[in-house]
Write a protein that binds this ligand. Structure first.
Ligand SMILES: Cc1cc2nc3c(=O)[nH]c(=O)nc-3n(C[C@H](O)[C@H](O)[C@H](O)COP(=O)(O)OP(=O)(O)OC[C@H]3O[C@@H](n4cnc5c(N)ncnc54)[C@H](O)[C@@H]3O)c2cc1C
Length: 447
């Protein structure tokens, strides 16, 4: 057993930004950073299975430091790569950047920052108030703990719950999901968001010609990024404290006003970004539930957009009849050995359709409930953290400190990233996450 002044679980963007940020800020103590992947730094998002997958934020906004958003561009400049600062660059490059910055921090820390290459499997607090974190490799005790486990693997849609068959790919980030397809291979992708886009690009990146079917409840695809024109009207943001209905009406009105003046609707969505946590906090619990049921699919496609070159690729696949996008719900699954018969109910017509597929890939999105993690479930059972009511991670205070079962912020336990969605809603992209990391660094290492 070893003792450290701080323990961090997860070395993706968030855990690395906290650990390296602390070294950068002169944190005098020792830090243990648990990571289950082979390379610490890139995490799931920036360890892409295909080099053709791109960031969905321009490079000059992807720096890991809140006080230096251009740091990624600075690193690219020193790496010898050719790039445009405002371009959507390969995600693999970003993974290299995170791994490099973390290694630099480890080197400058003179032994104070250490990666433990093992998944943390249990955590609890001792009577003396120390966090006790267990992994197969090492057990660590620490007076402070940061939870940065990232996104959980997606759960299976109901009809696939007990399926274990060679055609079923429950996790879209495995090699099985991205294995090069045969020409004419019939592939069903369930879900039509950013993960689906990645999978389609990866499966066709070497000129393969599979027959792709995309099925999601609404059949909506992510919108494309666009730069505002020079005469774009400035949108008026809604006021925190307004109801979901009021905010929805306001945003739609602003988007129409801007479009009537020849501008772009995206400005009305983008102006929400800095105030989303305040708007979300102002909504009632009923509004949160209503948003999840009725608006979320529309929000996701308007807010989480993709670069134009990515959309062009999907359009090209459509023109070549290699992809069809459907709206509906899977109703039945029949395992036929190497393939499966899938039956779905078409949205709108209500018709039942059945087709045979050689591969089915689950792109329904990350699970958000802490019940997806035994470690977090154990922390909740012991009352150290409290699940958010709709299952969107756990409750935190504005500094990112976890709220315990009694409703009190824990002075020695922080969380960041996807775990904070229930508190902030906007808690997934680097521009927000680096602010969360910086807040924890300030809390632990006040200047
Ligand atoms: C495919 C994809 C693409 C994305 N692209 C962009 C983009 O272009 N721009 C953008 O701003 N955002 C993007 N995002 C959003 C992304 O969520 C964040 O940018 C960021 O990567 C999240 O970092 P994280 O550290 O919270 O999670 P992750 O990157 O998932 O890292 C969490 C890490 O914790 C480790 N871990 C988990 N549990 C344990 C445990 N018990 N013990 C040890 N280690 C553990 C995991 O192995 C993982 O490495 C993307 C997300 C995905 C999924």
């Amino acid at each position: 057993m070893t003792t450290h002044d701080l323990c961090i679980i997860g070395a993706g963007f968030c855990g690395s930004a906290v650990a390296a940020g602390l070294v950068r800020a002169g944190f005098p103590g020792s830090i243990a950073l648990f990571e289950s992947r082979v390379t610490p730094g890139p995490g799931v998002a920036y360890s892409p299975p295909s080099p053709r997958l791109l960031l969905n934020v321009p490079a000059n906004k992807m720096g890991m430091w809140a006080d230096d958003p251009a740091d990624f561009v600075t690193w690219l400049g020193s790496s010898g790569k050719r790039f445009e600062p405002a371009a959507f660059l390969p995600r693999a490059w970003y993974g290299e950047y995170l791994a490099a910055r973390l290694q630099e921090a480890i080197a400058t820390s003179e032994g104070r920052l250490r990666v433990i290459p093992s998944p943390a499997i249990a955590a609890d607090r001792t009577a003396a108030g120390l966090w006790h974190i267990t992994s197969e490799r090492e057990t660590v005790t620490s007076p402070r703990l940061v939870l940065a486990p990232g996104n959980f693997r997606p759960g299976p849609p109901a009809a696939f719950e007990n399926i274990a068959a060679p055609w079923w790919c429950p996790d879209p980030w495995t090699n099985a999901a991205h294995a090069p397809p045969r020409d004419g291979e019939r592939i069903l992708i369930i879900g039509s968001g950013l993960t689906m886009v990645d999978v389609c690009i990866s499966l066709t990146s070497r000129g393969e010609r599979p027959r792709l079917t995309v099925l999601s409840r609404h059949g909506l695809l992510p919108c494309v990024h666009a730069s505002p024109g020079p005469d774009q009207l400035t949108p008026v943001p809604p006021t925190p404290g307004q109801s979901l209905h009021q905010v929805f009406i306001h945003v739609r009105r602003e988007a129409r006003r801007i479009m009537r003046a020849g501008g772009d609707w995206r400005a009305a969505v983008d102006c929400l970004r800095p105030i989303t946590p305040a708007l979300w906090a102002g909504f009632s619990t009923r509004d949160h539930a209503r948003f999840m049921q009725r608006l979320r699919a529309y929000w996701d496609v308007h807010r989480h957009r993709v670069p134009a070159e990515v959309v062009a690729r999907i359009v090209e696949l459509k023109q070549r009849n290699l992809i069809r996008i459907l709206a509906g719900n899977v109703k039945a699954v029949a395992d036929r050995g190497p393939a499966a018969d899938i039956t779905w109910r078409e949205r709108g017509s209500g018709r039942l359709e059945t087709a045979t597929f050689d591969r089915v890939i689950n792109c329904t999105g990350a699970r958000t409930s802490i019940t997806a993690s035994p470690l977090l479930t154990a922390l909740a059972t012991s009352g150290h953290i409290r699940s958010e009511e709709l299952g969107l991670g756990l409750l935190t205070d504005p500094q990112g400190r976890a709220i315990d079962a009694q409703g009190q912020p824990q002075p020695t336990l922080w969380a960041l990233g996807a775990l904070r969605r229930g508190t902030l809603w906007e808690s997934s992209a680097v521009p927000e996450l680096r602010m969360q990391a910086a807040a924890i660094v300030r809390d632990l290492c006040p200047r």
